[in-house]
Design a protein around this ligand. Structure first.
Ligand SMILES: Nc1nc2c(c(=O)[nH]1)N[C@H]1C(S)=C(S)[C@@H](COP(=O)(O)OP(=O)(O)OC[C@H]3O[C@@H](n4cnc5c(=O)[nH]c(N)nc54)[C@H](O)[C@@H]3O)O[C@H]1N2
Ligand SMILES: Nc1nc2c(c(=O)[nH]1)N[C@H]1C(S)=C(S)[C@@H](COP(=O)(O)OP(=O)(O)OC[C@H]3O[C@@H](n4cnc5c(=O)[nH]c(N)nc54)[C@H](O)[C@@H]3O)O[C@H]1N2
Ligand code: SF4
Ligand SMILES: [Mo]
Length: 732
């Protein structure tokens, strides 16, 4: 970094971005003008988009002498609207991290106890190609799995398809938002998208269940809810913890963890019994109302109070407020939804409540999105014919996307068919999947384990070959298409500087590997730029404009239901399914039913976790701009309960879970009245175990270390991770 750019003052500006409130594009003038002050002539401004989380906000990199000196939000980006969050502003900490993966590496030791040998790209790719050929001959191409997260995965999916494998899974399904998407799919025949189709800025009443927006720093969504507040939207937050957003709410309902379904069913009952639902809408668009009514009759507010600890009169009041403000209400679908194992049913209850209030396709509820269109790369050969093989997700009938859960199982058991190789792209699986022992067992069963990453994260230590990808600021990726209200977005990722060290972009790595596998015809492009340019050309999209602006907007259809714009529901009945025959046919409850979950054993707390406003999981855990602001996680403990246990604010403790597993490391206690006394809470992403991560290694305790148990959602295979309990041990 250069002369006038002071890391300290930059951090101050970044630090001013409190708890997830998006930073204004108007950064202090000194950052915009420093080059002029320093007498610099050339300051390039190159638009691209952020990959520090999956919101993918548009940014403009200020580049001087082949160095990025600052990033700002791109005003044209619908995901950021000229702003970046605290993490997005720390782009330089990702690009210029001295700990980055610099060269391809081959593990000549064991998986889990690596001994690294630096390799050339040619050597590393030869090893991989050789193994891949052997595996294909012996077990068939479908025995190779891709586990991925992030935009750069597009080229890897292409390579896998060309090789003959369609086995690919992302943790964003079975470890994240799968239950929500399936719950809404089963009800409306459509999911809620990413970015979600919430019409918060027009809402009159919003309910969030455990979505801690602001800490979950999804840029434009945070802006939208703030806009909603300024036009008078009321907010109820249901969360065992007074999250930042709960502290801004009109009502905070500190629910007993794992009982949200009871609350939702009671709300549904009140809305029906008091006639608060949108009768015309339900009659016209929904099916199964009578069955729903009968099924929820048992769920009285008084009963719900005994489950949730929320007073029955408050439950009734919120239901009435929802009724008064319908249809301009949005009961948020949530995002991280793999909580307790009945998560698809909880999500269905949220969907049903929205349906009753008529909020789907209505102002202030859920809008109908507009997508952007760019044709695929023209003239590519057809992928090899798919060989019919046993599906891995047969056990989970509504796993509409492949789950990592089944890939792991098949890797261990060889059933229903063997999985022999994993390519892990942009996912730190050791922290991402529950039950580490099982993950390690699966990895030990593999013939080949390849990681493509930017940092020496926990996962690389279990790999045979590690391929260093360059960061999002140094590469072309595939075009990013987004769906928004009345507009679709085409966004370009392009390099702002040359890749550092020997890191390479995925378009290059996959092309080289493709060549070695005899698949050259699938990679006709000269480079990433040509790939994107040809796609644009095929769709009549001005590539020069896209390069210059970073974003092109395509205008689209109406966002709300009108006489002319009638909704279509992609369910079997073509209607909103309040009662789901599909579920009944597969042996599941057609209307969500409440089951009670285990509560913490004596002396234990339920282990809850969530997002750090200034970090994204482990991906930013070593970012020097962010570790300066938060380098470790804290254990939130209810003040009264903590004092009873003799805990002091700020002291380090260790944690042991219900199975006697002692988490490695120690964590600082934060005594707070902002949390119920039956749970503790920490940020996910810390407690990294990898020596190469010099700032992150061993900081705090990893929630994921303590997840020896998980519950599997039988409907879609999601792994529910809030089912573990911990005891606090003093004297760490
Ligand atoms: N800064 C930042 N932002 C992020 C991310 C990040 O890593 N960092 N990650 C992004 C991703 S991929 C996702 S999926 C989203 C996730 O973001 P969300 O879906 O908003 O968040 P969660 O992590 O599920 O929610 C954590 C909240 O749930 C509460 N909670 C725990 N148990 C219960 C319960 O039983 N009932 C209720 N009602 N609440 C409960 C916790 O107290 C906590 O406040 O965030 C996204 N945004
Ligand atoms: N215990 C527990 N488990 C969870 C969660 C939790 O809260 N607690 N949250 C769940 C949720 S919501 C989600 S979405 C998943 C997230 O799961 P992951 O996406 O696996 O999460 P990260 O830990 O951020 O790992 C990202 C990895 O990508 C690498 N990376 C970053 N940028 C690039 C890049 O440009 N190219 C390449 N090749 N690699 C890159 C990082 O170095 C890191 O190794 O985890 C889920 N699992
Ligand atoms: S929300 Fe923040 S971290 Fe995520 S893409 Fe936008 S700027 Fe980057
Ligand atoms: Mo997620």
């Amino acid at each position: 970094m250069s002369q006038k750019f002071s890391r300290r003052t930059f951090l101050k500006a970044t630090g001013a971005v409190t708890a997830g409130v998006a930073a204004a594009a108007t950064m202090p003038q000194k950052f915009l003008s420093w080059a002029e002050e320093a007498g610099q002539k050339e300051m390039k401004q190159i638009p691209t988009f952020c990959e520090l989380c999956f919101w993918n906000c548009g940014l403009i990199a200020k580049v001087e002498n082949n160095k990025v000196v600052k990033v700002d939000g791109n005003p044209l980006s619908l995901r950021g609207r000229g702003r970046l969050c605290g993490r997005g502003n720390a782009a330089l900490g990702a690009l210029y991290d001295p700990d980055r993966l610099k060269f391809p590496m081959i593990n000549i030791g064991k998986r889990g106890e690596p001994v690294w040998k630096r390799a050339t790209w040619d050597e590393a790719l030869n090893v991989i190609a050789g193994k891949m050929k052997g595996i294909k001959e012996k077990y068939g191409p479908e025995s190779m799995a891709l586990i991925y997260h992030g935009t750069g995965a597009a080229f890897w999916k292409h390579l896998m398809h060309a090789y003959g494998s369609t086995l690919a899974a992302a943790p964003s399904f079975a470890q994240c938002r799968g239950p929500r998407d399936i719950g809404f799919m089963l009800t409306f025949g459509a999911d809620v998208g990413s970015p979600e189709y919430y019409d918060f800025s027009k809402s009159k009443y919003i309910v969030l269940l455990g979505s801690h927006l602001g800490e979950n720093a999804h840029n434009s969504q945070v802006q939208d809810i703030v806009k909603g507040f300024s036009s008078g939207a009321k907010l109820t937050v249901v969360d065992p913890r007074l999250s930042n957003i709960a502290s801004k709410a009109d009502r905070w309902l500190p629910i007993k963890p794992a009982t949200d379904l009871a609350l939702l069913l009671a709300w549904i009952r009140v809305v029906i019994e008091e006639g608060l639902y949108d009768k015309e809408y339900v009659a016209k668009y929904a099916t199964g109302f009578d069955e729903l009514r009968a099924a929820v009759h048992q769920y009285t507010p008084e009963w719900a109070e005994s489950e949730t600890t929320i007073a029955s009169d408050v439950i009734v009041k919120v239901a009435r407020e929802l009724g008064e403000n319908a249809p301009n209400v949005c009961i948020g679908a949530g995002r991280y939804s793999t909580w307790y194992g009945d998560d698809t049913q909880r999500s269905r209850a949220i969907a049903i409540l929205n349906a009753l209030l008529g909020s789907w396709g209505r102002e202030g509820g859920y809008f109908f999105p507009t997508g952007a269109k760019v044709p695929e790369y023209p003239g590519l050969p057809a992928y090899p014919e798919h060989v019919e093989v046993a599906k891995l997700d047969e056990a989970y009938p509504f796993a509409m996307l492949q789950t990592t859960t089944s890939i792991k199982e098949a890797t261990i058991t060889g059933q229903p068919r063997p999985v022999k190789a994993w390519f892990v792209y942009g996912s730190n699986l050791m922290k991402t999947l529950p039950d580490k022992e099982e993950t390690i067992k699966a990895i030990r069963n593999l013939d080949l384990m390849v990681t493509i990453d930017t940092m020496p994260m926990d996962i690389i230590n279990y790999s045979d070959v590690v391929l260093p990808e360059c960061t999002y600021l140094e590469r072309y990726d595939n075009i990013n298409l987004g769906k928004f209200k009345g507009e679709g977005e085409i966004a370009l990722r392009q390099p702002t500087v040359e890749p550092l060290w020997e890191s390479k972009p995925s378009w290059w790595i996959t092309k080289e590997l493709g060549n070695k596998l005899g698949l050259a015809e699938f990679f006709p492009w000269k480079d990433g730029e040509e790939y994107v340019a040809k796609r644009c050309q095929a769709g009549g999209i001005d590539f020069a404009q896209l390069k210059r602006d970073g974003v092109i907007i395509q205008k689209g259809g109406a966002p709300y239901i009108t006489a002319e714009n009638q909704p279509e529901f992609g369910t079997p009945s073509g209607k909103i399914e309040l009662y789901s025959k599909q579920l009944a046919e597969k042996g599941f409850d057609p209307v969500p039913k409440y089951t009670r979950h285990p509560t913490p054993p004596a002396g234990h707390f339920r282990l809850l976790f969530g997002r750090a406003p200034l970090h994204t999981f482990s991906r930013t855990s070593n970012n020097f701009m962010l570790t300066d602001l938060q380098k470790e996680n804290y254990l939130w403990v209810n003040t009264k309960k903590g004092k009873e246990q003799g805990l002091k604010d700020g002291e380090y403790v260790s944690l042991v879970n219900q199975d006697g597993l002692v988490a490695s490391g120690r964590i600082k206690v934060k005594l707070t009245q902002r949390l119920r006394d039956d749970a503790v809470y920490m940020n996910h992403g810390f407690g990294v175990h990898s020596k190469g991560m010099s700032r992150a290694d061993g900081q705090g305790i990893a929630d994921d270390d303590l997840l020896t148990r998980h519950a599997i959602d039988p409907i879609m295979g999601g792994t529910a991770m809030r089912v573990n309990f911990v005891k606090i041990v003093k004297g760490a």
